[in-house]
Design a binder for this molecule. Structure first.
Ligand code: HEM
Length: 191
């Protein structure tokens, strides 16, 4: 959530597109609800792009090989610990166009439909919470954008340095200015 908001603040045109999409499909007479989410495609792409650039599980979960085998030309002995570097895969220039760029629309042109995109892992041990996570993040982010105007503290871009830790924390916590949107003033007091 924090990364998605940081990226949107550094890309005001994308933030505006998220808001325009909510205006088109939801309007401002009611709050966004979870059944709106399938129509909010750009918002969904923003979340997917955030998970590509900054996957909360950058090395997924370690695996142990149950037998001697070979993978990608490497011999893997039985009992070896294997880590999947999702962070690196998500930024591999052989797999993505402009991999360092924040481009939510890349998912409209078929990028990220294979094993190059694994923020939730793959296979039998894939994250069972994916659908719930996408809904929860989608709903909260959509509500924040629908109800409030968001601005950076100044002209300077939000610092996107990654902190230390296994779950991709932000080095500097996000600080931001926000104010209720005029169009939502009738709805907000009802909350
Ligand atoms: C943005 C949010 C989330 C991300 C990025 C995420 C990512 C992941 C990843 C990368 C794995 C390891 C997959 C693998 O080993 O290949 C995993 C496993 C798991 N996740 Fe999530 N997760 C998220 C949210 C959730 C939520 C909301 C729940 C529960 C409600 C959940 C429950 C689990 C469980 C139980 C496993 C272990 C599955 C197993 O080993 O069989 N996750 N998740």
């Amino acid at each position: 959530m924090e990364w998605a908001m940081s990226l949107l603040l550094n890309h005001p045109e994308a933030l505006k597109m998220v808001h325009d999409e909510i205006e088109t499909h939801v309007g401002h007479q009611r709050l966004v609800i979870d059944s709106d989410l399938p129509q909010l495609r750009y918002l969904n792409n923003v979340i997917r792009e955030t998970l590509r650039l900054l996957p909360p599980g950058p090395l997924l979960v370690p695996r142990e090989s149950t037998m001697d085998c070979s993978a990608g030309g490497f011999h893997v002995p039985r009992g070896a610990m294997l880590m999947v570097n999702a962070y690196k895969m998500h930024r591999d220039p052989a797999l993505w166009t402009d991999p360092a760029e924040f481009k939510p629309e890349r998912f409209e042109s078929g990028e990220g439909e294979g094993y190059e995109y694994v923020p939730f892992g793959v296979g039998r041990r894939r994250c069972p919470g994916e659908a719930m996570a996408m809904k929860a993040v989608g709903l909260v982010l959509a509500s924040l954008v629908q109800c409030f105007e968001w601005k950076r503290l100044g002209e300077e871009e939000v610092d996107l340095s990654e902190g230390e830790g296994l779950s991709m924390p932000k080095a500097i916590p996000l600080e931001v200015l926000c104010k209720p949107r005029q169009a939502m003033m009738d709805i907000l007091p009802l909350l």
